[in-house]
Design a protein around this ligand. Sequence first.
Ligand code: ADP
Ligand code: MG
Length: 344
Amino acid sequence: MNEIKRTDVNTLGEFGLIDHLTKDVFPIHTATKRGIGDDAAVIKGADDNVIVVTTDMLVEGIHFDLIYSPLKHLGYKSMVVNFSDIYAMNAFPRQVLISIAFSNKYSVEALEEFYEGVQLACRLYGVDLIGGDTTSSPRGMTVSVTAIGEGHQDRIVYRDGAKAGDIICVTGNLGAAYLGLQVLEREKQIFLDHPEIQPELDKHHYLVERQLKPEARKDAVEYFHEKGFKPTAMIDISDGLASEIFHICKQSGTGAYIEEAKVPIHPDTEELALEFKINPITCALNGGEDYELLFTIDPSDLELVKTMPDIFLIGDILKPGEGITLHTTGGKIVPLEAQGWKHF
Ligand code: ADP
Ligand code: MG
């Protein structure tokens, strides 16, 4: 009897699986300037412009839980996470398409609330909602968003442009969204066990907001354009600092080190991490969903970057073979580990 081969998807991890499934995929059109492998694909546009396209999906029970996620916030977040991938290319989001599948537990009023968030994000980020698709689902809700952006071909920044000596920068504090999720999960459990107890969320307003209603760093990309320079490589932090550093290093063919003491962590993150008995740096390295921009710059651009309102210089790009390490506050050098991989 022939045995049918069956490999569990978890053996490859998320990125291994994408690589495996797309290993024979090569663009045939010269207009496809960059396909799979960056925050967004890049397509030749008119004159020297390019079109930048990205898509992201949110699934109820995996990416959101209606017990604590207001639908308006969910609509807002589903837009922002896509805009963030466009900014990560040093481009600007212009149009967006949204497809939703939902079960009959969703009312018109619930969907209206979701769309309030969608439209608010579009207004604030200056993006046109140009279409989508609507269908039913046997259970829960799935949201798939495709964002289209615009950029100049000479200004697009990929993940693969970092070189030894470049400085690693990040636009804001890390780990807060992860702890926001831990608070929400804790309060959910308390609520399920004791419905009479009011959730304690006000105290953790900042962390919860970072989780439920993140913002994309439009301002940073506007700054790069105003000052007329560009990072050498860039990625947005959706899976955690460690995972994103690995992407930059793998694609640029470099090593890197991060200085633990320089990684920005909000005081609320510090405080709650200790309460949860987690090392705050672990939240920053492996938490994810921060939607800050992680980028590398040539040292000659340092003066321009230093004057950015929110900027943290957290390490350097190293030569290939020099490894990817964390210089701990205790003076040790340890290999960085990317644990931001999602499991199925
Ligand atoms: P990000 O975290 O920035 O959204 P992802 O890790 O989701 O990026 O995706 C990395 C790259 O792999 C992107 O170029 C994305 O378009 C591509 N990709 C993800 N899933 C698939 C898939 N199922 N088939 C083809 N390409 C995919
Ligand atoms: Mg991204």
